[in-house]
Design a protein around this ligand. Structure first.
Ligand code: GLC
Length: 437
């Protein structure tokens, strides 16, 4: 009964956030356009009760693909003055690779599309219909995967870089502070819009925004050319979350191609890339002392030695072997698993940079919990996985469908520990999916 109520509220949120043009906004006011990885999670939610909308979500996102396979992070389907920086700042039309005229950003986000398609396949009751849909979309998703290896892997390691913190999905993670310390960015004149919707103390600072804008200016000065960006961007990171999600999507694409038949060459390419990626991932991104996966700073050639919720994402793509997984889960429980905390804080709660109310500097996010839940189950850590699932459901039930949540249980006493946007789409979508298990 309780679950049914939550599910119907979640469905209502998704339906309300769904737009006529065939995509779903993350939430009203704060995020009024289509976001790349949000769309994947949203489609998984819709697949449980309205497959047509789920398919449309994916189709609309794929329609923004550039001729080199790239899919942008925001698609500006409509005008809105509630968001900065909007389409006129990003100027995607500078790139000669743009195909569709709808303006976008010139950066991307974690590639969730492969495993989104696979999840939709499993949820679908009508397998014939979903198979037909997959046949019409899978090659675009495959091209998106290949884009990364062709254009974002300068050392040919099977590890791809992101050139902007907004590509990571974890916008203001304390890990990026190390990069900001290497940069001298101009002070731009701009009018923030996010802080009119949400308390400024919970958002990135203006100084951080100067860095965010500066990197985009560098990319724009070179018409979003990847080779130039790799040469010049002060931010060039091999992110364990980003690479995990890409690898997981490749693994899903392999299984889906096998299912629909043919395409042996693509399967072989994906297998070869994935194997190489996993090898390099384990060689390069694991810190033996922290016993956790970390971010590698390709510009300054060093590992950024911090533990965050991204450190445990690799379980989702079965990147560690069982022994390393054991060690990693030990770190997870030591640092993030205290009984007075909900799992899983986005940044190391024992670290001085931890900020429990500030966006990606500490709070719990439902999409990272969803990845962690599935990752833990893959290695047989079912009890911990169940805790991550129960915690996710409990915080949503207590506080509502917010964007992120304080991890400290005492803060939930009055059911006001949800922050950022309310009626947030992926929190709703993934709750539906978690409760379907
Ligand atoms: C914030 C999040 C990002 C998300 C976007 C839209 O920028 O950090 O991950 O995609 O909001 O919800």
């Amino acid at each position: 009964m309780k679950d049914q109520k939550l599910i119907s509220k979640a469905r209502e949120i998704l339906n309300n956030n769904y737009q006529e043009k065939g995509f779903t906004i993350p939430c009203q006011g704060l995020y009024p356009f289509q976001w790349n990885w949000d769309s994947g999670f949203i489609a998984i939610g819709f697949a449980h009760f309205d497959m047509e909308k789920a398919k449309k979500e994916i189709k609309t996102l794929i329609d923004s693909q550039w001729s080199n396979g790239f899919i942008p992070h925001i698609i500006f389907h409509n005008e809105s003055d509630t968001y900065f920086p909007g389409s006129e700042f990003h100027q995607s039309s500078l790139s000669p690779l743009v195909v569709n005229k709808v303006p976008t950003t010139g950066m991307t986000q974690p590639h969730v599309l492969g495993f989104t398609l696979e999840r939709m396949y499993h949820i679908a009751e009508n397998k014939e219909d979903i198979t037909a849909f997959i046949k019409t979309t899978i090659d675009a998703v495959y091209e998106y995967s290949l884009y990364f290896y062709k254009h974002r892997d300068p050392l040919d390691e099977g590890l791809v870089y992101i050139y902007h913190n907004w590509e990571s999905g974890t916008d203001n993670s304390p890990i990026w502070d190390d990069i900001w310390n290497t940069m001298k960015s101009p002070e731009y004149k701009f009018e923030r819009r996010d802080t009119t919707h949400v308390d400024a103390s919970q958002r990135p600072s203006n100084e951080e925004y100067n860095h965010y804008l500066h990197i985009i200016e560098i990319a724009k000065a070179h018409n979003y050319n990847d080779e130039k960006i790799a040469e010049l961007s002060p931010f060039l990171i091999q992110d364990p979350l980003f690479n995990t999600v890409l690898i997981a999507s490749n693994q899903s694409l392999i299984r889906l191609y096998e299912l629909i038949g043919g395409n042996e060459d693509k399967i072989a390419t994906l297998k070869q890339l994935t194997e190489k990626s996993i090898q390099s991932f384990n060689d390069k991104l694991y810190d033996e002392e922290l016993k956790a996966y970390c971010h590698y700073d390709l510009r300054n050639k060093k590992l950024l030695r911090y533990t965050s919720s991204s450190s445990f994402a690799p379980l989702f793509a079965e990147i560690p072997d069982q022994k390393r997984a054991e060690e990693l889960v030990g770190t997870l429980m030591d640092k993030f698993g205290n009984e007075d905390q909900y799992m899983c804080a986005s940044f190391d709660p024992t670290h001085e940079r931890y900020k429990p109310k500030q966006y990606w500097r500490g709070p719990v996010w439902i999409n990272l919990n969803w990845l962690l839940y599935h990752g833990l189950n893959k290695y047989g850590y079912n009890t911990i996985a169940q805790r991550v699932k129960d915690d996710s459901i409990e915080i949503l039930e207590k506080n509502g469908f917010y964007e992120y949540f304080d991890a400290r249980k005492e803060e939930h006493k009055n059911n006001t520990a949800g922050y950022g946007g309310n009626n947030f789409s992926w929190s709703a979508a993934l709750l539906i999916d978690l409760l379907s298990e």
